[in-house]
Design a protein around this ligand. Structure first.
Ligand code: SAM
Ligand code: SF4
Length: 464
């Protein structure tokens, strides 16, 4: 079994006098911050909220760590590689740190490693897990007062991280966390440990923010949660997830509503009925399966069997309008035999996913699967991953080719350096690159006729 951070540990524990330099820091006087984010959309959105907190305290965001008095890393520890990246980044800034720059580690690695980060990287002065972000203003005040070891590592909270101000990166599509933490206990996963127990945000607060977003000109919102469909409204209104989806879609000005990630066990028929009845709910569901083998699913503690998962897929395939389905798969989980892996390949044939995120199993600290025998060598995991990805590539190429000739609405989000070339997303979350003579299309919904297809995107022309 591999041990996380061995390599970085050596590099980061060399003697240094960084704590002394940090002690003299006065970030309030300089007030500039650089924030780098690793990981998932939830981390991206947490960073938007962290940036909002800092901006509302008078800090100014800068583009480079060199220009900042406060450097923050919002980290991911879902797989070993992601966590290692954070430590190597911290190592890089050890050398660049000067003039009392303050360095902070936020997110999952902060929660996972806790105060040990101070041992490994003494030049770090803030360690804060995501469940403690609501205390960020107090922690920043402590840093401004010259405290050089500030921590926020509680996970025993029933509060969610809401801010007066969020600095959003995208001017048209807004992320919105509706449920934080996770109460599932997948045996491979650090999230319940790093993000704490499940907490749902009040429906009235969510809807108020959606109305504000619409007023600001956002037309697409993406509701976020590790198990977004386990949403349980804590207010007396007790909205269920599908009611919330419909209420968000009813907000004037909102044209597209997305949500991710759905857990198969909580994926109920009313969600599909909501999508059928309301075209502003996007026709895309991300429903991670993780494995096609019931035996492996049991070992993963995923709470459903292959057949139960396939029932959810059937439900969507029988919907009144087509729904694109994407998934996550882990290969090489402890005990996964060649026959189990074949079952996963067979599931791909059966479901015909529109997209796939696939990962080699990575043993993580504090997870039950760490204690399982991990007999699958890294090369074998890589072999299985390559086979899986090649199969999915063929499936996607065929599914996308079948769309040639059809016309889709696209929210234009990008302009190519090549003249008259634009790109955007369909409601099924496909990337569509297209040609148009129009002068300005960014942030606008246009109709695009598909003229060609590859496994990862479509090409087309503006249909006017
Ligand atoms: N909550 C979501 C769910 O239940 O599917 C996903 C959360 S996780 C941030 C995203 C994906 O990372 C998971 O679906 C899984 O495929 C992958 N993942 C999580 N832990 C992993 C591990 N220890 N090794 C490899 N992949 C992992
Ligand atoms: Fe992790 Fe499972 Fe929770 Fe998803 S549902 S965050 S994989 S424990």
């Amino acid at each position: 079994m591999s041990k996380p951070f061995d390599f970085e540990l050596e590099r980061l524990t060399r003697p240094s006098s960084y704590s002394g330099m940090v002690r003299g820091a006065r970030i309030g006087q300089r007030g500039t911050f650089f924030l780098e984010t690793f990981g998932c959309q939830m981390n991206d959105h947490d960073s938007e909220k962290v940036a909002g907190v800092l901006l509302s305290r008078g800090y100014r965001q800068v583009e480079t760590p060199e220009a900042a008095s406060l450097i923050l890393y919002n980290t991911c520890s879902i797989r070993e590689k992601a966590a290692q990246k954070v430590f190597s980044r911290l190592g890089e800034y050890r050398a660049k740190q000067s003039d009392g720059k303050v360095i902070g580690v936020l997110g999952c690695v902060a929660q996972q490693e806790g105060e040990q980060i101070f041992e490994r990287a003494p030049w770090v002065s803030l360690v804060c897990g995501s469940a403690s972000y609501r205390k960020l203003p107090e922690m920043l005040a402590e840093l401004e007062a010259g405290n050089h070891r500030v921590t926020g590592l509680d996970t025993d909270t029933d509060e969610t991280f809401e801010t007066e101000m969020t600095r959003r990166d995208n001017p048209w599509r807004a992320y919105l966390t509706i449920i934080e933490g996770c109460d599932k206990a997948c045996s491979y996963c650090v999230v319940p440990y790093t993000r704490g127990p499940e907490r749902s945000r009040a429906s009235d607060s969510i809807l108020k923010e959606v109305r504000q977003l619409a007023d600001l000109g956002y037309s697409e919102v993406q509701l976020l949660g590790q198990t977004v469909n386990s949403y349980a409204d804590p207010t007396p209104r007790k909205m269920c997830f599908s009611e919330l989806l419909l209420a968000v879609a009813d907000v004037p000005g909102i044209r597209r509503v997305r949500f991710t990630t759905s857990h198969p066990s909580d994926f109920t028929p009313d969600i599909v009925q909501a999508i059928e009845s309301q075209s502003r709910l996007c026709d895309h569901v991300h429903l991670p399966v993780q494995s096609g083998s019931t035996k492996v699913l049991r070992a993963m503690q995923r709470t459903y069997s292959r057949d139960e998962y396939l029932e959810k897929i059937e439900m969507m395939r029988h919907a009144k309008r087509p729904i694109a389905i994407t998934t996550d798969i882990i290969v090489g989980f402890p005990g996964e035999t060649e026959a189990d892996f074949e079952e996963t390949l067979d599931l791909l044939d059966e479901v015909q996913y529109d997209g796939l995120f696939s990962f080699k199993y990575s043993p993580r600290p504090n997870t039950p699967s760490l204690a399982m025998n991990d007999p699958i060598p890294e090369e074998e995991k890589s072999r299985r991953l390559a086979i899986l990805q090649e199969k999915q590539r063929e499936i996607q190429a065929a599914r996308n080719t079948a769309l040639v000739g059809q016309t889709f609405e696209v929210l234009v989000g990008g302009k190519s350096r090549r003249e008259n070339q634009w790109s955007g997303y369909t409601t099924s979350h496909r990337v569509l690159n297209f040609a148009s003579q129009a002068k300005e299309l960014l942030g606008i919904y246009v109709q695009v006729r598909v003229t060609g297809a590859g496994p990862n995107s479509l090409v087309g022309e503006h249909a006017v």
